[in-house]
Design a protein around this ligand. Structure first.
Ligand code: AGP
Length: 606
């Protein structure tokens, strides 16, 4: 994951910038750099690899200057070389960036036609040239930045400084977090409070769409319409340890809100963003020769695997056998010669998943694991590790790890589909583009949680809740039920909507909320029929859909309006309302959201 820092200081900033970047190393990176303003001019030092290479560079070529920005880069657009390392700059502007700018290719072409000369393959450099372009038309730095921000599409965080302005720094947040640090006559910017802990514990977190104009003595926060807004200043506890709740009440809520950023980082680990195609690592098996995939996991990780089954069978036309690990390991399932077995696990320590991995390995399978902890036992015992870049997940209820698992598995499915000749280059680009739009859609969904707070009052009274979904929405219905039951302790069940008449419909009456996961896809009409069966028996419908309730002929208790998205990415987008419904209901009920009763973050016993 990338890390951003910025210092508007009263003493030389270069070494403090590196110190702040050192506290972001936990995010993972492959190059780093800083820029300062010396004598009114922008100066820069960058280095591939670890921060010590940058420190070495600075010891031989030091940088002066009382204002500067710094960055640790996880390569997204372009290889992890020095020329692609941040900060990126023109003679007027220097910028560091965390996230994805979806429309960078179009902007780059436009700016090149206008005479801009690009020195890197990155999307970030477009921001420096776009602001410069506006300044060359006569805009001052603030107006130029405002104009440029209005043209950027994607999920990102930015820190920007300007030649000749050594009492000015601008930050912007759209999908990736950005914190302001309040110093004594100094101001700071950072990806999180951890980076700023050496300088201050007085932190203001920007909201989605905010941008801030900083001088040493002032901050001026604007929303995406340019209106002045106030955001609270809090005292961060981050100095003591590497992970804190930020400005959120629970780790779970913080991790829900980190999803645009960590999905961006996970996706860019498996996608060549410049080419718009999957760039999947070698897993030691020729993908084209795989005749069957076995997937096994537990809990939420199992539901991620279940989504992957739908993707792999639909796009790669490869049959998938999937089962929860506690069952697969004991049923002595026959396994194909030279087959691929995929294990999904946030912790990488789940006992049943590990035992099943060992069973499959002992039976000649190539083992690939999708894990969030690279040093875990499951990772160490796998032939190939497919990391999720979710960062530490503290809340027992898995949220960002789940959507990062989906991001990784989606890319596996596309890599398999391409290797098997089942999708064209154009189809692959279409599906990859749908994936790169996910962070922005999730960022939009996370802007308004009021409807979930209202719904929580209603759901908290329920004794039983049913979640229904068809096709690729069925695993999301299962995940929604698990989220609700594990943190609110309300009994909830996920069901394939088509199964309603085979039993669960007996449960339906006016006391039973029924969550219907119904994106407008090829199964929508059939799901609507199930909704009508529920409605006819007095069931209380909560519709999760991009389609208005009127179109279903049913009255609903609530409509969680969703964006119209490509069917391929429905699971990633529709996971968000599942998480928020559970979170706000449990919070309203006062349960221990981060450590629910009877549960552990990692089940290392059978
Ligand atoms: C999910 O919210 C639960 N915490 C639980 O189901 C979890 O997904 C399961 O225990 C698997 O854990 P793992 O991903 O660490 O293997």
């Amino acid at each position: 994951m990338c890390g951003i820092v910025g210092i508007l200081g009263t003493k030389p900033v270069a070494l403090d910038l590196v110190d702040a970047l050192r506290r972001l190393e936990y995010r993972g990176y492959d190059s780093a750099g800083i820029a300062t303003i010396e004598g009114g001019l922008l100066q820069r030092r960058r280095a591939e690899g670890k921060l010590r290479n940058l420190s070495d560079r600075l010891s031989t070529e030091p940088l002066a200057g009382l204002v500067g920005i710094g960055h640790t880069r996880w390569a997204t657009h372009g290889k992890p070389t020095e020329r692609n390392a941040h900060p990126h700059m023109t003679e007027k502007v220097s910028v560091v960036h965390n996230g994805i700018i979806e429309n960078f290719r179009e902007l780059k072409e436009e700016l090149t036609r206008a005479g801009a000369v690009f020195a890197s393959d990155t999307d970030t450099e477009v921001v420096a040239h776009l602001i410069t372009h506006e300044m060359k038309k006569g805009a001052d730095p603030i107006a130029a930045t405002k104009a440029a921000l209005a043209r950027l599409k994607g999920a990102f965080a930015l820190a920007i400084i300007f030649a000749g302005h050594d009492n000015l720094m601008i930050g912007a947040r759209e999908g990736s977090p950005l914190a302001i640090g309040h110093g004594d006559g100094e101001m700071f910017l950072g990806s999180d409070a951890i980076a700023l802990a050496p300088f201050t514990s007085q932190i203001t977190y920007l909201d989605e769409g905010d941008w801030v104009v900083l001088t040493r003595g002032s901050l001026d926060i604007r929303d995406r319409q340019g209106r002045r807004v106030d955001r609270p200043m809090i005292t961060s506890q981050a100095s003591g340890f590497l992970v804190d709740k930020g400005n959120h009440r629970h780790f779970m809520l913080k991790e829900i809100h980190e999803q645009p950023e960590v999905i961006s980082h996970t996706l860019t680990n498996y996608i060549d963003m410049s080419e718009g195609r999957v760039n999947f690592p070698d897993i030691g098996l020729e993908l084209a020769k795989i005749t069957r995939v076995t997937i096994s996991a537990c809990g939420t990780a199992y539901y991620a695997g279940l989504v992957a089954k739908y993707w792999i069978e639909k796009y790669a036309r490869v049959p998938v056998e999937i089962d929860v690990a506690s069952e697969l390991r004991y049923r002595e399932a026959p396994l194909p010669e030279g087959g691929l077995a995929v294990f999904v696990s946030q912790s990488g320590e789940t006992a049943d998943t590990l035992a099943t991995l060992r069973y499959c390995k002992a039976n000649g399978q190539r083992i690939a694991s999708v894990v969030n902890v690279r040093t875990s036992t499951i990772a160490r015992e796998s032939h190939a590790v497919l990391p999720t870049l979710a960062g530490p997940e503290i809340g027992v209820a898995s949220t960002k790890a789940f959507t990062c698992q989906l991001s990784t598995l989606a890319c596996l499915a596309l890599a398999l589909a391409r290797a098997k000749g089942q999708i064209s280059d154009d189809k692959e680009r279409e599906l990859v583009r749908a994936l790169t739009e996910v962070p922005r859609h999730i960022s939009s969904l996370l802007r308004d949680e009021r409807r979930y707070e209202e719904l929580a009052h209603y759901l908290s009274k329920a004794r039983d809740v049913l979640y229904l979904g068809r096709g690729i929405s069925y695993p999301i219905a299962l995940e929604g039920a698990l989220k609700l039951k594990e943190i609110s302790y309300i009994h909830a069940e996920g069901y394939a909507a088509g199964e309603l008449k085979h039993g669960p419909i007996a449960l339906i009456d006016e006391n039973v909320p029924v969550v219907v996961v119904a994106p407008e896809d090829e199964l929508f009409d059939k799901t609507v029929s199930n909704m009508q069966e529920v409605h006819a028996r007095g069931g209380q419908i909560i519709l999760v859909s991009n389609v208005e309730p009127d179109a279903t002929g049913c009255s609903v208790v609530a409509h969680l309006r969703m964006p119209a998205v490509h069917p391929f990415v429905v699971p990633l987008i529709y996971a968000i309302p599942m998480q928020l419904m559970a979170y706000h209901t449990a919070t309203f009920m006062g349960t221990d959201v981060d450590q629910p009763r009877n549960l552990a973050k990692s089940v290392t016993v059978e």
